[in-house]
Design a protein around this ligand. Structure first.
Ligand code: SF4
Length: 454
């Protein structure tokens, strides 16, 4: 990714300046996760680099939510104390109101080695990968999300998702830049038509924070696909001419990094197509830039019902008070929320972590919808787990928590084969007229299966 391309991507989103930053929360209970760990004590040298960091021990991911009372002031005020400490350390001149302005967050993203060196004690591996530059995907991390990273531990789950490693440059057999075969199902630029009744409209290629495991790393962040009228008009025209399309998913790049006005125009144009029944948005904004979910945005979105939103939460530590508030605002606007989580090695590949994540999602009024087997994009081997791991996780959830908390575990088949669900085997076999099953505790039970009449 060249810097000029990055700049181009940077300029492809349009700004408005009248957004309201999130205000104080009124909910009595907030899912506050990590403590404000950086007891960061920094000593910025003349190069602006962190030369000393002291970090309080992190709360383990397995620790359940504390009660509202136990959470204390952080829960009641809605302040994420970790982010607050980070702001005071690295942006001492920035008032909280400005920190909560999503435009400020985008303008101040961490994108270069020098910028990341200021806030993280980088490993030699990370440094080398950033120096080389992502082959496909640039680096960008909002200050808010950066504040959630462990400055000392390169293996911190959130850090691994956004800071590159040299493993990104290693291609293993079976990997591909476009594993889902989207380019081959693209009748017009920026539109994918893989299933008969629904299309994927790529709003633009800009995201506030780039995820190293991104399925669309071949195209996002390159600054080559802006939300221009000509491109979107061609895509809309295709939908108008295709009456089988009843469901339009607007994704990207992150559509919620467009201005309210531009997004309103796009949604209005889709809504004006008579055969389109529902519109969905795919976004990671509530996890990486929750400040974007303003009351003004929610007022605009609710005009376009039935509207559904797929969110991307990967780890319980992403479920901060800010994320809680963002999801609450969207849910209060009447928008059903579902999370699409990607199973990632060393990040969320344990029953314990996944259970904590799905419980927190439900508390944020987000239905854990899909658990995706990581797509075999180029350089993804370090993120991918064996399929048996996903089945083990579902087995550890089914029967052990509410049904609403259990996502569908799916593989999106390489080559455009679509999603197939995977689950543990509960059916043992038939014994006469009985079907025999094994339940979540390993006990067997019989069901008298009605014999169909001849
Ligand atoms: S937000 Fe979505 S599209 Fe953007 S980099 Fe992350 S996974 Fe890819």
């Amino acid at each position: 990714m060249s810097s000029s391309a990055t700049e181009s991507a940077e300029s492809s989103y349009s700004l408005v300046v009248d957004e309201e930053p999130p205000g104080p929360l009124t909910q009595p209970f907030l899912p506050v996760l990590s403590p404000p760990p950086p007891s960061i004590s920094t000593n910025l040298g003349s190069q602006g680099r962190v030369s000393r960091l002291l970090v309080r021990k992190r709360k383990p991911a397995s620790q359940p939510f504390a009660s509202p009372a136990a959470e204390g002031g952080e829960a009641r005020s809605g302040l994420n104390l970790r982010s607050k400490a980070f702001r005071k350390t690295f942006f001492p001149q920035t008032p909280e109101k400005l920190w909560n302005d999503w435009h400020w967050q985008i303008r101040n993203r961490f994108r270069t080695l020098a910028q990341l060196e200021r806030i993280l004690q980088l490993s030699e591996e990370e440094r080398e990968a950033i120096r080389q530059g992502g082959l496909q995907l640039p680096v960008a991390i909002t200050p808010y999300y950066a504040s959630l990273l462990d400055p000392l531990d390169p293996n911190h789950p959130l850090r691994r998702m956004v800071v590159p490693r040299p493993a990104e440059f290693i291609h293993t057999p079976g990997e591909s830049a476009d594993p889902l075969g989207e380019d081959g199902h693209s009748p017009v630029p920026g539109l994918v038509h893989r299933y008969p009744d629904r299309v994927l409209l790529l709003a633009h290629d800009f995201c506030s924070t780039y995820c190293r495991y991104c399925t669309r790393s071949r195209m996002v962040g390159h600054g080559e696909m802006a939300a221009t009228q000509a491109r979107l008009e061609a895509a809309l025209d295709y939908i108008r001419r295709t009456p089988t399309v009843r469901d339009v998913l607007v994704s990207g790049g992150d559509p919620l990094t467009l201005s309210d006005q531009r997004l309103d125009e796009i949604l209005s144009a889709i809504r004006a197509i008579p055969h389109v029944q529902i519109v969905r948005l795919g976004t990671k904004v509530p996890a990486v830039l929750p400040q974007r979910i303003t009351p003004a945005l929610c007022r605009m979105l609710r005009k376009h019902h039935p509207l559904w939103i797929s969110l991307h939460f990967q780890h319980p530590e992403e479920c901060t008070p800010e994320a809680y508030q963002a999801c609450t605002r969207l849910a209060d606007a009447g928008i059903p929320l579902g999370s699409q989580t990607v199973l990632l090695q060393g990040i969320n590949d344990s029953v314990e972590t996944m259970k904590e994540l799905v419980h927190r999602l439900l508390q944020m009024r987000v239905r854990p919808y899909y658990l995706f087997q990581c797509d075999p994009i180029c350089g993804s081997a370090h993120f991918r787990t064996p399929v048996s791991k996903g089945i083990e996780i579902i087995q550890g959830l089914r029967g052990h928590t509410s049904g609403y908390a259990i996502p569908y575990y799916v593989i999106d088949l390489p080559g455009g084969g679509g999603k197939v669900p995977l689950q543990p085997e509960y059916f043992v076999g038939r014994d006469g007229n009985d079907l025999v099953f094994r339940n979540f505790e390993g006990k067997t039970f019989r069901y008298p299966d009605p014999i169909p009449s001849e």
